[in-house]
Design a protein around this ligand. Structure first.
Ligand code: SAH
Length: 346
C-alpha cells in the first residue's frame, strides 16, 4: 500500500489512465485532500468503483499534531508532527503581514553535523517522503485555518540530501492545480552540497536558493560545519555562480553570528570581498542558543556593525527578525526536548 500523498498530480493521472479511468479524476481526488478530506468515502464526486480501486491500492496519511505551541504575540505557531512510524518532526508557521510562511523539515534529524544546530545532534533517522513534507503544509493550514503562501525548507534535515523528494515537493506545491504557491515564494536552504547545487541549477527553477555560509573563510567554516571539509568556499561559490547563470536568481547567504568566532570587523570585510559582484543577499542571523552547546550570540550592536560594513561595501544585507523565541522555535530544539522527555529513540 502507498500513501496517496506520495503521488504527484502527474503520478495519479498516470495511475488513473493505467486503470482505465479518466485523468481528470486525479485532480478531483487531490482537491478533496487539499480541502482536508483524508478518507475516500468523503469524496462525493468520485464514483464508487473508482473509490474502491483507490482503497485497494492507497491509504491517505497526514501527520498528526502531537504538540502545538503559539507564541505570546500569536505571530508564530510551532508544530510537533508525528508520522505513522512514530517519528517526530517539527514545522513552524510564521505569520507576516504579507502572508503565512511555513518552515518545513525534510528529514527526521540531520547528518550534516553543524555544531550549532540542534537538529543534527542524534544524526539522521530517515528522509521524509514527498507526501510527508507535503503533509506538514496541509496539516499546518488546517490547524491555523488559513492558507500558507510561502515555504522555506529550513527545518530539520538537509533538503539536498533528500534531493528527489524535495524537488518533487517543490513541484507539487507549485502546481497551479495544487497549492499553487509561486516558485518565488519557495526557499530551499542548504549547507552547501556542491554537486547537488549544480544539479538543481539544471532544473531552472525560480525558487530562492539559500546557502548556509556562516563563515568568511574555510578555516572558520570548518570549525562549525563538517561539509566545509568536503567542499571549499571557492567550490561552493563556483556552484552558486553556475546556479545564478542558469536561473538568473539572486542567492541568499545565511550567516549566523557567533560571538568572537565569525563576527569581527575583519570577517565582515573578508565576507564582502568574497561576495563582491555576486547576485546575492546576506541574511545575518543572531544565532539561537541550544541547550547542548556552548556558544553565544553576538551582541545586537556587533550585528548592526557587521551589517553596516557589508552595506558600505555594496553587499545587500538584512538582519533576520527573531520570532517565536519564547516557544523554542529554533531549529530542532522542540523535537530534541520532546524525544528526550518521552525517552524515544532519536
Ligand atoms: N540543512 C539546511 C537547512 C536546515 S538548517 C541548511 O543547512 O541550510 C536552516 C538554517 O538554520 C541554516 O542556515 C542553519 O545553519 C541555521 N541554523 C541551525 N542552527 C541554528 C542556530 N542554533 N541558530 C541560528 N541558525 C541556525
Amino acid at each position: 500500500m502507498i500513501n496517496l500523498l506520495d503521488l504527484s498530480l502527474e503520478d495519479l493521472k498516470k495511475w488513473m489512465k493505467e486503470n482505465g479511468e479518466k485523468e481528470f479524476r486525479a485532480k478531483q481526488v487531490l482537491d478533496w485532500i487539499y480541502k482536508g478530506a483524508y478518507n475516500f468515502e468523503a469524496m462525493k464526486n468520485i464514483p464508487k468503483d473508482i473509490k474502491n480501486k483507490l482503497q485497494e491500492n492507497f491509504y491517505i496519511s497526514v501527520p498528526s499534531v502531537v504538540e502545538k505551541y503559539v507564541s505570546k504575540d500569536k505571530s508564530t505557531v510551532k508544530f510537533l508532527f508525528e508520522y505513522r512510524d512514530g517519528n517526530i518532526i517539527e514545522s513552524v508557521v510564521m505569520k507576516y503581514k504579507h502572508g503565512n510562511t511555513i518552515c518545513v523539515s525534510t528529514q527526521v534529524g540531520c547528518k550534516m553535523g553543524c555544531t550549532f544546530c540542534a537538529s543534527t545532534i542524534g544524526g539522521v533517522v530517515r528522509s521524509l517522503s514527498h507526501g510527508e513534507i507535503l503533509g506538514e503544509v496541509l496539516m499546518a493550514q488546517k490547524e491555523i485555518g488559513e492558507k500558507i503562501s510561502n515555504i522555506v525548507m529550513m527545518g530539520s534535515g538537509e533538503p539536498l540530501d533528500n534531493y528527489d523528494n524535495s524537488l518533487k515537493f517543490i513541484k507539487s506545491v507549485n502546481n497551479e492545480n495544487g497549492l499553487n504557491i509561486g516558485q518565488r515564494h519557495i526557499t530551499l536552504s542548504t549547507c552547501g552540497i556542491v554537486p547537488k547545487i549544480k544539479e538543481l541549477a539544471e532544473e531552472n527553477l525560480q525558487i530562492t536558493l539559500a546557502i548556509s555560509l556562516h563563515a568568511p573563510n574555510d578555516n572558520i567554516r570548518r570549525k562549525t560545519m563538517p561539509i566545509a571539509s568536503v567542499y571549499s568556499i571557492e567550490e561552493l561559490l563556483e556552484a552558486c555562480k553556475y546556479y545564478i547563470s542558469k536561473t538568473n536568481r539572486r542567492i541568499t547567504f545565511e550567516y549566523a553570528l557567533v560571538d568572537n568566532l565569525n563576527d569581527k570587523e575583519v570577517h565582515a570585510e573578508e565576507l564582502s570581498n568574497l561576495l563582491k559582484g555576486l547576485l546575492c543577499h546576506v541574511n545575518l542571523i543572531p544565532i539561537n542558543k541550544i541547550d547542548e552547546k556552548e556558544f553565544k550570540s553576538s551582541s545586537t550592536n556587533k550585528i548592526k556593525n557587521f551589517s553596516n560594513i557589508l552595506l558600505k561595501n555594496g553587499i545587500q544585507t538584512t538582519i533576520r527578525r527573531e520570532m517565536g523565541s519564547d516557544i523554542n522555535a529554533a531549529c530542532g530544539q522542540l523535537r530534541r526536548r520532546y524525544v528526550k522527555n518521552n525517552i524515544k529513540e532519536v
